[in-house]
Ligand binder design. Structure first.
Ligand code: MCN
Ligand code: CUN
Length: 798
């Protein structure tokens, strides 16, 4: 049975046994990963390869008065020391950020954040480069640092961006959405209004592999090859061409195996440019791989949204309006990784899963003396912040009205028949069934039981309080329609190319780049499903701009919604051609050939016995091709999505809060996700587990902090706390399936849902444990001391 759009129907096709849609195919890529045969940037070794170490500023705000290279150059094995002056000669001193700001590759005049790149030492090995770097003498004139967006906007704050002509303050941008007047009116007339301030703290994506690159300029071919940790090789090639003036066809970007990205590897960093520029200047390969602390201190951070949320509602809990105001810290450069027309990303989606008539949001962003931010971290372009805001506010409202938070949600959900649904801020939700997901989660969590248990503990004055947190989030992923979404001007389509070879197997090349999401498996499954091939007969390639079709890369959970669609459409093109070949082989008319999804065979209408497989057709395409067709069997598709997809879910978290220590323990963690039709349920579950762990890190542990001098005090893993297996509870996952109506296989993205959806569920749970004491909010990360203070404030501490 086919869905109307020709795609498979939800979940009905599990198990044609060929590894198509819905099958738990084991990850093809894991063979090399678990046997130590992965090939990461730092595994690349080239003859004559030099190594690069970057000299970084110890100060957050300082003018460079002099750089003395002489002692460094005397170190045996040091080949060169590069500064801004050297790069200026080649016109490589600055680079554009993804938001059209200009960032120094090496500081030309003024340092704007601690650990900013000041000079690069190139040497025969890494240790010599490091020795050399320690001998570069830089004289700084230290300036007052500006830390904190609020301080940055004070009248007498030192101006950070005096490189921008006429700039006399630290204001970066203003943004607004929705209807101010109508929202104000709704608030004036409402029975009940609630308001809460909340900080979504600065986070770091912290992939296991840090960023790195090997630049290799070949003067013979006049070609620059850069192996780099990139989530978006093609757009990086385009930007490299624009920065360097080297023609784009003379640049090859290869992103080999990538050890986690999580958004960290979307931007271009100075280190990449330095490695490439050094190779260009020295005509030898140059490797740069940063250390852990360099990764945390200088590559893009995420969040840092200081938000105020407000809800206007009726007495019985019907939400009438939402309002929010945000103060955003963008760091020293506006380098946020968002589609260029969305300075606040997709934060507009702060009306969440609810049918709300009117909404209004404003945002002010400031420059500060901190590393450029807003890169993204499993975030769907600021949806994380939006979901946190609305899901926290619904809990605040529920407490104000003394209603059950699950009931308040149920009362306000957009109903299934309202889709496609246009939100108050103008976003078009494709499909959803929020109540179904919530009901499933409530049942899995044994919600009523825990509510009773919670009450019992309060009555018995127990040492450990129980809290139950709910989050019914809506995500928006799959950027995006070229008309509204672009990165650095390039529309956000994506691509897939399929070549079926004469012996019946196929190579699939995609424009997205896996960093651990399992694309080599799931893209093969899409093609297997659509062509009736065996998944083992399909190889997926990605990450090489010389061979792969142009694509915008992997982030914003866009691979399935966009490149996944391209893979399905390209497969169907191949299928159409296969029909002509089948007709020729079976001596029938092309109109009389049907394809049977179940068996994967092409057969003559009404005569299932007269059938032929894709393998036989492949042979026919090369050995006996019909004269009406070109030989060969391949197709390519560049897919411009008509809309984004809106995955959703309901998460329920039960915590125990220790009244004596403020410690929080997870008692139960239920995650019900809906990402439309599912390609590989096992991979989805892995994505959910990983993302929930990161949500726990966010809620409980992680925060990039600074002192008043601009020193990064959370700049290593001693101080920036990641969750380990000790902090991660057992997850109970479930799913519902609400296909996307516009996606060729009805799939939505899922990679970011758990990180987006879980922090508010966790915070809601901890707040819930103390709400009978009048607590309405606890800031993240909810460390024991933070929680204990709240317990104490509520008179609940012991
Ligand atoms: N999938 C599926 N069925 C669906 C939807 C997705 O089987 N209906 C599968 C996909 O085929 C893919 C995986 O789930 O193998 C994730 O797909 P998708 O939601 O399309 O997300 P992307 O592949 O675009 O991955 C990006 C997303 C983001 S933005 C971050 S950040 C993140 C994440 O994925 N970074 C990760 N998950 C990560 N997982 C790992 N291991 N490493 C990272 O760096
Ligand atoms: Cu928002 S982090 Mo992912 O998009 O690479």
């Amino acid at each position: 049975a086919e869905a109307e759009d020709g795609g498979p129907q939800p979940e009905k096709h599990c198990g044609h046994g060929r590894g198509g849609m819905g099958e738990e195919v084991k990850r093809k890529e894991d063979q090399r990963f678990i046997t130590g045969r992965g090939n990461y940037v730092d595994d690349i070794k080239k003859p004559g390869m030099l190594h690069c170490e970057i000299v970084r500023s110890p100060h957050a705000h300082a003018r460079i008065e002099n750089i003395d290279k002489s002692r460094a150059l005397k170190v045996d094995g040091v080949v060169a020391v590069l500064t801004a002056e050297d790069l200026l000669e080649h016109d490589l001193a600055t680079m554009p950020t993804l938001m059209d700001d200009t960032q120094d590759v090496l500081v030309n005049d003024k340092v704007k954040f601690q650990s900013q790149e000041v000079a690069a030492v190139i040497a025969t090995d890494r240790y010599t480069a490091k020795d050399g770097a320690q001998k570069v003498v830089v004289d700084y004139d230290v300036l007052d640092p500006v830390i904190g967006a609020d301080k940055a906007l004070e009248d007498d704050a030192p101006v950070i961006r005096d490189d921008i002509e006429g700039k006399e303050d630290n204001h970066c941008l203003d943004w607004e959405t929705g209807d101010e007047e109508a929202t104000a009116k709704a608030f004036e007339e409402a029975d009940v209004t609630v308001k809460e301030d909340m900080l979504y703290q600065r986070l770091h994506p912290a992939p296991i592999e840090t960023c790195g690159a090997v630049g290799d300029y070949d003067p013979g071919k006049d070609k620059l090859t850069v192996h780099m940790t990139s989530q978006a090789p093609h757009i990086h090639r385009t930007l490299f061409a624009q920065v360097s003036g080297i023609p784009e066809h003379k640049i090859r970007i290869v992103s080999p195996d990538v050890g986690g990205g999580f958004g960290n590897k979307v931007p271009i960093y100075p280190g990449y440019v330095v490695a490439a520029a050094a190779s260009y200047v020295l005509e030898e390969p140059v490797k740069w791989v940063e250390e852990r602390s360099e990764n945390i201190q200088s590559t893009g951070f995420a969040r840092d949204y200081d938000m105020t949320g407000e809800i206007a509602a009726t007495e019985d809990g019907e939400i009438q309006a939402v309002r929010t105001d945000v103060l955003a810290d963008h760091g020293a450069f506006n380098a946020v990784a968002q589609p260029s027309k969305f300075p606040a990303g997709f934060f507009n989606i702060f009306t969440g899963s609810y049918d709300i008539d009117t909404a209004y949001g404003t945002l002010t962003a400031a420059y500060t003396n901190t590393a450029p931010g807003g890169v993204a971290y499993r975030c769907s372009f600021r949806v994380t912040e939006a979901v946190y805001l609305i899901e926290r506010m619904v809990k605040v409202l529920a407490d104000e009205l003394d209603m059950d938070p699950a009931e308040v949600r149920r009362k306000n959900f957009i109903q299934p028949e309202q889709f496609p649904y246009e939100s108050a801020t103008g976003w078009n939700y494709d499909s959803g069934d929020y109540e179904k997901a919530l009901d499933k989660a409530l049942e899995m969590a044994d919600y009523d039981h825990y509510r009773e248990e919670q009450q019992r503990r309060i009555e018995e004055d127990a040492d450990k309080l129980l809290g139950i947190g709910v989050s019914s989030f809506t995500e928006v992923v799959g950027a995006g329609p070229g008309q509204s979404c672009d990165i650095a001007g390039v529309e956000m389509f994506d691509s897939a190319e399929i070549r079926v070879h004469p012996t019946g197997n196929a190579t699939v090349r995609v424009g997205v780049q896996t960093q651990g999401q399992g694309h080599e498996t799931t893209f093969a499954q899409i093609v297997a499903e659509e062509l009736g091939m065996d998944v083992d007969d399909i190889t997926v390639e990605h990450g090489d701009t010389d061979t792969d079709p142009y694509g915008l890369g992997t982030y914003g959970s866009r691979s399935t919604p966009v490149a996944g669609a391209a893979a399905a459409v390209a497969s169907r093109k191949v299928r159409e051609k296969a029909k002509a070949i089948a007709a020729n082989e079976l001596e029938a008319a092309e109109e009389d050939i049907d394809w049977d999804r179940e068996s994967g065979q092409f057969h003559v209408t009404g005569a299932p016995d007269r059938s032929i497989s894709i393998t036989e057709i492949a042979a026919g395409a090369y050995m006996n091709h019909p004269k009406s067709e070109e030989p060969g069997l391949e197709a390519i598709n560049y897919y411009d999505p008509p809309e984004m997809t809106y995955p959703f879910g309901s998460y329920i978290v039960v915590v125990e809060v220790d009244r004596e220590t403020g410690e929080v323990e997870f008692e139960k963690f239920v995650a019900v996700d809906d990402c439309g039709n599912r390609i590989n349920p096992m991979i989805i579950e892995g994505q959910i587990h990983g993302g929930l762990a990161q949500g726990i890190g966010t809620a409980m542990l992680e925060h990039v902090t600074f002192d008043d001098n601009g020193n990064v005090t959370g700049g290593d893993f001693m101080n920036y706390l990641l969750p380990t297996s000790m902090e991660i509870p057992e997850f109970e996952t479930g799913h519902t399936v609400t296909p996307s109506p516009h996606h060729p296989i009805g799939a939505k993205g899922v990679g970011e849902s758990p990180t987006v959806g879980s922090p508010p569920a966790i915070v809601n749970a901890v707040v819930d444990a103390m709400s009978h004491g009048g607590i309405s909010h606890v800031e993240m990360p909810m460390t024991p001391d933070t929680v204990w203070e709240k317990l104490d404030e509520a008179g609940l501490s012991m």
